[in-house]
Design a protein around this ligand. Structure first.
Ligand code: NDP
Ligand code: 8X3
Length: 257
């Protein structure tokens, strides 16, 4: 379907997939409403989106871990546009890689708040703006971690498994409205994800991708645009996308120097 002049909300638009998605939807002539906590970064992303062809690009502070912040963001969005055609629930990430035995409350809470409760809060707040007609899309960022558990990631895997359940529940609740609901579930992709997980430890973060070719943020943004631009009678329920070098969570091909 034609995306020109669609209104697209992207959460977590200050880096990684969200920033790349802003540029990809901009190139299709969309209006962008961008949210994240780092507003200085959003300002840069919005300026780049205008350069890439966005019909408009606005931004507002958003902490999906806070209901008042989500409500303030939704009120701002309502003041700018009476409709949101596409909602990209992308904000989130992993904090720490500790086994359950030594897991930290702060890490667990941050993951539950952003990936799980944040997704619910933003969707609840923006649903009234999503038109009940064919073509609208709610696209949630899941992960291969929601399909297969791995060591040190009990909570991250848990919240991404929950994302799949929320996506399925929403699709059932919204059938008949014309709103499509899908999940995009990537494997290893080089963004700020590992840097956040390892709390700024750049050596540990870059080691995640050592000797292999990860996905890029642009790969994921392209896939988002493809999902949303299918004909209105087509809903891409769920996509798993991995680097060719990653056959499974525990099976990554690494070249040695
Ligand atoms: P980045 O760390 O590059 O981006 C994460 C984005 O989420 C940032 O814009 C950050 O903005 C935002 N964010 C985090 N917490 C909050 C919050 N409480 N409120 C608002 N925004 C928040 O990582 P990615 O782009 O890789 O991650 C995007 C999504 O994709 C996440 O949900 C992640 O779990 C998922 N994913 C990532 C994979 C990967 O390998 N990279 C693979 C599979 C899924 P700010 O800090 O400015 O608020
Ligand atoms: C991010 C992918 O495999 O690092 O969701 O958990 S993984």
């Amino acid at each position: 379907m034609e995306l020109r002049n669609n209104w697209v909300v992207i959460t977590g638009a200050s880096s990684g997939f969200g920033a790349a998605a802003a540029k990809a939807f901009a190139a299709r002539g969309c209006h962008l409403l961008l949210g994240a906590r780092r507003v200085d970064r959003l300002e840069e992303v919005a300026a780049e989106a205008i350069g890439a062809g966005a019909a408009s690009a606005r931004f507002h502070a958003l902490d999906v871990a806070s209901t008042p912040s989500v409500e303030a963001f939704a009120a701002w969005a309502r003041g700018v546009s009476s409709t949101v055609d596409v909602l990209i629930n992308n904000a989130g990430g992993a904090h720490g890689l500790d086994p359950v035995a030594t897991g930290k409350d702060a890490d667990w809470e941050a993951m539950v708040q952003s990936n799980f409760l944040g997704l619910l809060r933003v969707t609840r707040a923006l649903l009234p703006l999503i038109p009940r007609e064919a073509g609208a899309y709610i696209l949630n960022l899941g992960s291969v971690a929601g399909h297969t558990a791995y060591e040190g990631a009990a909570v991250y895997c848990g919240v991404k498994a929950a994302e799949r359940s929320i996506t399925q529940s929403l699709r059932l609740e919204l059938v008949g409205t014309g709103i499509r609901v899908g999940s995009l579930d990537p494997g290893l992709a080089e963004t700020e994800f590992a840097l956040v997980r390892f709390k700024g430890d750049t050596a540990r973060a870059s080691n995640v991708y050592a000797g292999m070719t990860p996905l890029t943020a642009e790969d994921i943004a392209d896939t988002m645009v493809w999902m949303v631009s299918r004909p209105v009678h087509v809903c891409i329920d769920e996509i798993i996308i991995k680097p060719t070098d990653q056959a499974a969570i525990h099976k990554v091909h690494r070249r040695t120097a």
